[in-house]
Design a protein around this ligand. Structure first.
Ligand code: THU
Length: 136
């Protein structure tokens, strides 16, 4: 479980990075701050593209940055949008790959947390690495 300080710090970091989002098409800025179990914070924003489906969400940018630096265990993630919007299905699946128990904080622009729970709460019955054990 995260401490109150860790939760506040993550939400603040996600709020702060939100303005780095590249969103010329939707103007919907998303900021994410991902805390690894080793104590590092990786930030992410959504990055859109003129070829719309090529867009990537803030949560996945944060996870991919962390994983590409060797981090695979996550303690929590804060996601900030103007209206406290919820992570999409693809981001839930990517988070579930690594840490079903990670704490998720969804907040609005003012930093008010509108939803708090685990990755498992966001994606009950997730398909994951366990399902492929017999193939390995
Ligand atoms: N978006 C995210 O960054 N994360 C989500 O989980 C939901 C959607 C972005 C993608 C796109 O740039 C914008 O929000 C509108 O869909």
């Amino acid at each position: 479980m995260l401490t109150k300080e860790q939760r506040d710090e993550l939400v603040r970091a996600a709020q702060k990075v939100q303005n780095k989002a590249y969103t010329p098409y939707s103007k919907y800025n998303v900021g994410a701050a991902l805390l690894t179990k080793s104590g590092k914070v990786y930030l992410g924003v959504n990055i859109e593209n003129a070829a719309y489906p090529t867009t990537i969400c803030a949560e996945r940018v944060a996870v991919f940055k962390a994983v590409s630096e060797g981090e695979r265990e996550f303690a929590g993630i804060a996601v900030v949008t103007r209206d406290g919007g919820s992570p999409c299905g693809s981001c839930r699946q990517v988070l579930a790959e690594f840490s079903l128990d990670a704490h998720v904080l969804i907040a609005n622009e003012a930093g008010e947390v509108v939803m708090e729970g685990s990755v498992l709460d966001l994606l009950p019955g997730a398909f994951g690495p366990e399902n492929l054990k017999a193939s390995l």
